[in-house]
Every structure is written in structure tokens, then in C-alpha cells.
Design a protein around this ligand. Structure first.
Ligand SMILES: Cc1ncc(COP(=O)(O)O)c(C=O)c1O
Length: 274
């Protein structure tokens, strides 16, 4: 969306009228819908929705482009979000829809499953999925937990780490986002930096290592950045042990998103693990 908005603004500033849609930039993923003659409204017109939101939705739910032109997203297809007038916006914000919005295969699989049984752990479907998952695991990993959100998964991972190790300290990387429960917000430095006055406090057991970014970070040589960043993690473990504390776990996204869509340097995880 950011990209699309920037393109539009430039065109208008240059005095030329008209819209440069993302289709001109990277081509359509699926055929665009016919333009709406009347706004496609889920329930409320944009102005009314904004009024309602201002009055009744907690301000912690930020509004994108509030000062310029908030977008009322009506639906999504592939890499685009569309407003109520079928205006397309290239979605550069969403990091969760890995195969694009409303991918027909994903939608069909969801509909098929919901027409049989809404999933719960312990059913036959979970059994066959467990087999599929296990076939991708290394030999020393053989257990699966089913949860319904990233926050729940990370909370559970912290509990397991603390129970198994009997320790409490946690290393995370700068700029990370790990979820919205209290312990996880406290481990997500991205959240704490964003809202200094929100009362969000760091998890007292958090140790924040450098974001291992080989592009914008302090170590840029691809041959050594992985071991250099991992060396900082080792130093951190040494420091906590000097204070009489011990590591329960190290947590890092496989492709840190909020920290800048970081492609981690070669060998980083292996060196951290060792
Ligand atoms: C890296 C990462 N961890 C955790 C979460 C939290 O997941 P959920 O919103 O499903 O609780 C997200 C959500 O965007 C995420 O991107």
C-alpha cells in the first residue's frame, strides 16, 4: 500500500491527473474486478466507519495513512487490496498472507474443511497433519503442539523452555515482533520502540542482541557477518552467567519482518545454536 500511495501522490503533485495502479508496476496476479459504479460497502460508508472507529475503537489500533487518506479496504486478491471503489493498492504491509490475499487454493481448502468439521486437536485430520509435519523435521525433533495463533505458539514455547531448562533468561533480537501477550510484547523491541509512552515495559528477563542484518547492520561482510553477530549472542550468554543468571531460550524469527525483512547472514543460526 505504501508503494501505491507514493506513486499516486507523485503523479498528482506533477499536475497530471490519473491513477498509476500497481498493475503497471508488476502486473496482475488475478484479473482485476470490473470497476464499481457504487461503492462496495461491507456495512458502513468510509466516513461513518471512521467516526465509529474514532469513538469506539481503542486508539492503540493505529490507522494507516490517517493524515493523508485512510483507505477503507473492501477486499483483497493476490498482492492487492481494493477499496470500496475497486481502486487497487499494492499491499506492502501485510506479512502474513504468504501466498497473497484470498488465494483460490487456500480458500477452497478452508471451505472443504469447514464443510466437514471445524478442526480441533486430536481429530483424524490432526493425526495426518502430524505425520506430514514430522516428515519435515530433523531426527531429534519429534513432538507437535497445535495452537491457533503465533502469540499462543510463542507463549507456549517460552513455557516449555523455562520448564525444561529451569532457567528464565531470554535472548531476542532488536526490532523483533513475537506477539501480543504481555510476556511477548515485552520481548518485542519493535513494539516498545514504537510506543514509548504506552506503559509497555520490557520483559525483565529479556536480553536484546543486535538485529543480524547484513545489509543495514554493523557487520556487512557476507563471509563473516553470521559468526560476528552470533559472537554477540555468545558474549551475552557469558554476561548473564557472570550475573548468576542462565539462558532459557533464544528466540528469533526465521526472516525477521518488523526488523526490516532481514535475510539472515549465512551460518548465523548454526553459529548461535553452537
Ligand atoms: C513474527 C511474528 N510472530 C508472532 C506473531 C503473532 O501472531 P498472531 O497474530 O497469530 O498471534 C506475528 C503476527 O504477525 C508475527 O509476524
Amino acid at each position: 500500500m505504501a508503494a501505491a500511495v507514493a506513486v499516486r501522490t507523485r503523479r498528482l503533485e506533477s499536475g497530471r491527473v490519473g491513477h498509476v495502479g500497481p498493475r503497471r508496476l508488476i502486473g496482475p496476479a488475478v484479473p482485476p474486478p470490473p470497476r464499481a459504479k457504487r461503492p462496495r460497502l461491507e456495512q458502513l460508508e468510509k466516513e461513518k466507519a471512521l467516526e465509529l472507529r474514532k469513538k469506539h475503537v481503542a486508539p492503540s489500533l493505529g490507522l494507516h495513512y490517517a493524515a493523508v487518506k485512510p483507505i477503507k479496504v473492501a477486499y483483497g486478491r493476490g498482492q492487492y487490496l481494493y477499496d470500496e471503489w475497486d481502486e487497487p493498492y499494492l499491499d506492502c504491509i501485510n506479512n502474513v498472507t504468504h501466498v497473497g490475499h484470498c488465494h483460490p487454493k487456500v480458500v477452497a481448502a478452508g471451505v472443504e474443511q469447514m464443510s466437514k468439521l471445524v478442526h480441533s486437536p486430536g481429530t483424524k485430520m490432526a493425526d495426518s497433519y502430524t505425520q506430514q509435519l514430522l516428515s519435515t523435521f530433523p531426527d531429534n525433533m519429534g513432538h507437535v503442539f497445535y495452537v491457533t495463533s503465533g502469540t499462543e505458539a510463542n507463549d507456549l514455547a517460552l513455557m516449555i523452555a523455562e520448564t525444561v531448562t529451569g532457567h528464565s533468561e531470554i535472548i531476542v533480537i532488536d526490532g523483533a515482533y513475537h506477539g501480543h501477550s504481555k510476556p511477548l510484547v515485552g520481548l518485542s523491541s519493535y513494539k516498545m520502540k514504537e510506543k514509548d509512552d504506552s506503559g509497555i515495559s520490557p520483559n525483565p528477563h529479556a536480553w536484546i542482541a543486535s538485529n543480524p542484518d547484513p545489509f543495514r547492520g554493523k557487520y556487512a561482510d557476507p563471509a563473516t557477518a553470521g559468526t560476528q553477530y552470533a559472537g554477540e549472542v555468545k558474549e551475552m550468554i557469558d554476561s548473564m552467567e557472570k550475573e548468576g543468571k542462565k539462558l532459557a531460550c533464544y528466540v528469533c524469527e526465521s526472516f525477521p519482518g518488523c526488523a526490516g525483512q532481514v535475510k539472515l547472514p549465512e551460518g548465523y543460526f548454526k553459529a548461535v545454536f553452537e
